[in-house]
Design a protein around this ligand. Structure first.
Ligand code: NAD
Length: 380
């Protein structure tokens, strides 16, 4: 008996150690639908937790927990940077999105989300689709990013690409004293939902492009657009995109692409793109800095989609979302200037800005908590 207690204590100790930076972690289990999910609420200082739900066939429970903890912490920073009144959260569903999905599974997940009574808002992420969340929304109101016909804001890649374009303008202004996007050369990695929109806009503006994508169909489509706008475009192989003589590299495919192998190859003056987690490790921000490459922190530049889903609380309104997304321009300029002033990386400058917002809100929260204390004081 003693032995059992000890081992249980060890387990809970390890688990609490692991989640020590988080407010709440919820394990969801519904054998009737096969749902196994984890919801992680990292920090609600700024408001209820917000973050997408990822579905992935994690090899172990520990991998799933690791992922959801890391992603929900990232959301706290992303929300703070985007100036939205939400905190950081995320959920993962353990399963293969190609084989294990069902309407019942997502309705069951919706019930778990509902049980948190508004502490956690969620929507699509890798491996989940809007249709899945239409099912979940039958069980809970705490879903965002639904299709327009279901009352949501629709395709979030539109504000995301607009945010990146503001980031590019800010970077041109900072580096060249002219925000104009035309006449410069850009290298785009990935022409998916976000990258294609950026590429098309830049072609229309008269920019020069290097592009790469592993899908031949999107390459054909962008070549057709380039012909339409009589704009110069060069298609390169995946590995060649790092070595072009472009002014700015725009990663819009996968994470971890700024690493020991690629950074030394880069000849660009800046990196400004939508891909999440572009730096393989935080030290790569310093490597870029040392090489004289200006890095626009990804979580600042790609916040347009988040701004849209957070804004849905007030009812969908594309003009308002665009206006809020425009703030990415000033935010990026401020981070570049602060990094230069303090001789730190742009990532450090961005992280500090988020910490400051969190701290300010924490103090405000404490202030209101203190206002409640007289009742307690009288009793004393
Ligand atoms: P997507 O899946 O629509 O597009 C990704 C594109 O990258 C695809 O065309 C794919 O063929 C291509 N690709 C994959 N591997 C490649 C490689 N090795 N070399 C070149 N191309 C490759 O995704 P998306 O919605 O456009 O998002 C792009 C990135 O931006 C992702 O990292 C995503 O997490 C991030 N992001 C997207 C949004 C959004 O609103 N969609 C918001 C924030 C961040």
């Amino acid at each position: 008996m003693k032995q059992q207690l000890d081992s249980q204590q060890d387990l809970s100790f390890d688990l609490f150690e692991k989640i020590s930076g988080h407010e709440q972690v919820v394990f969801c289990n519904d054998p009737s639908t096969g749902l196994q999910a984890i919801i992680a609420i990292h920090n609600t200082t700024l408001g209820p937790a917000l973050g997408g739900t990822r579905m992935y066939p994690y090899a172990t429970l520990e991998d799933a927990l690791q992922d959801v903890l890391r992603l929900s912490e990232g959301m706290t920073f992303k929300c703070a940077a985007a100036d939205v009144d939400f905190g950081g959260g995320k959920a993962v569903i353990i399963g293969d999105p190609k084989k294990d999905k069902s309407q019942a599974l997502f309705r069951s997940f919706g019930q778990f989300v509902d049980s948190l009574n508004g502490r956690f808002y969620t929507g699509t992420d890798m491996g989940t689709s809007m249709d899945d969340f239409v099912q979940a929304s039958k069980e809970t109101n705490f879903i965002n990013g639904l299709p327009e016909e279901f009352g949501g804001g629709g395709d979030s890649s539109i504000p995301t690409s607009q945010g990146v374009l503001y980031g590019l303008k800010a970077t041109n202004q900072y580096l060249f004293g002219d925000e104009n996007l035309s006449g410069r050369t850009y290298a785009i990695q990935g022409l998916g939902k976000v990258g294609f929109k950026i590429a098309e806009y830049l072609l229309r503006e008269g920019a020069n492009l290097y592009v790469t994508d592993i899908s031949p169909e999107v390459i054909t489509k962008i070549e057709e657009k380039a012909a339409l706008y009589h704009a110069p475009i060069t298609v390169v192989e995946s590995h060649e995109i790092y070595e072009t003589d472009a002014d700015i590299f725009i990663p819009c495919a996968m994470g971890g692409i700024l690493n020991d192998d690629t950074i030394s190859k880069l000849r660009v003056k800046a990196v400004v793109g939508s891909a999440n987690n572009q730096l393989q490790a935080e030290r790569h921000a310093k490597a870029l800095h040392d090489q004289g490459i200006l890095y626009a922190p990804d979580y600042i530049v790609n916040a347009g989609g988040l701004i849209q889903v957070a804004d849905e609380l007030y009812g969908p309104n594309k003009e308002r979302v665009l206006l809020k997304t425009k703030a990415i321009y000033e935010s990026i300029i401020e981070i570049y200037k602060q990094a230069e002033l303090d001789a730190i990386t742009t990532l450090e400058a961005a992280n500090r800005k988020c910490q400051q917002r969190l701290e300010q809100q924490r103090q405000r929260n404490n202030f209101f908590t203190r206002q409640k204390s007289p009742k307690w004081t009288i009793k004393e």
